[in-house]
Design a protein around this ligand. Sequence first.
Ligand SMILES: *Cc1c(COP(=O)(O)O)cnc(C)c1O
Length: 228
Amino acid sequence: MSIKENILYFDEQLKNTPCRLVGVSKTHPVEVIKEAYDAGHRLFGENKVQELIDKYAKLPHDIAWHLIGHLQTNKVKYIAEFVDTIQSVDSLKLLKEINKRAEMFGRTHPINCMLQISIADEETKFGMTLKEAESLVQSEEFRSMHYIRLTGVMGIATNTDNEEKLRQEFRQLRSCFDRLKETYFFANNDFKEISMGMTSDWRIAVEEGSTMIRVGSGIFGARDYSKK
Ligand SMILES: *Cc1c(COP(=O)(O)O)cnc(C)c1O
C-alpha cells in the first residue's frame, strides 16, 4: 500500500475511537513525509533532535511535531521554539529546562509535555516510575511552571509478540495515568493523553485505552539505518 493509503487506513481504523495517530517519520526523508502530509496528516513524531530540526525547516509549519525519543537537557534549546509536544519527559530537571526555554522564546502556546513512564522489562528504556512521576507533579517547582502544559503519559512496551505481556504493560500505563489523573489532575482537562502502541501492537494498545498510537513502519515501511 502507498503511504497515502496507509494514512487513510489508520484514519478509518481510529474513526470511532478517542485515539489519534502519530506518524513516526524518523529516518525517512522529507519527500516521504510530504506524501503523508498531502494525504491530510499533520501529526508527526521524531526521536532525534537534529533530525527534527532539519525536517521542521523543510516541511510546512502547520505540522504538529512530537519528540518521542530521549531528550538531553542541553538540547532543549534547539527545539523549544517550534515543537508541539515532548512525549519523553523523564525528569524534573528536564521539565524545568523545557519551561525555561519556552519562556525565553516567548511562545504564545505552552509546550505540551508528557511523562514517560517505564513499563517494559528492558532496563535500557528511559522513563520514570509512578512514584517518581508523583513526586514530580507534587513539587513546588512543577507548580510554578507556566510555559509547559502536562498532557498525559507515554510508554514503550517490551518488544515482544506475547499479547498477554503487552496487554499487562499497557494496563500498567493506563493505571498510572488514572492514578495521576484522579489525584492531581482531576479538574484539569489538558491532562488526557495515554501515548502507547506502535506498528506491531497498536490494536492491543487501543483496546487498553490508548489515545495516541505512534506508528512508523506501518505507515512508511521498514527503516533503513544503513543509508544514513
Ligand atoms: C520508532 C518508534 C516508534 C514507531 O515504531 P514502529 O514499530 O516503526 O511503529 C514508536 N515509538 C517510539 C518511541 C519510537 O522510537
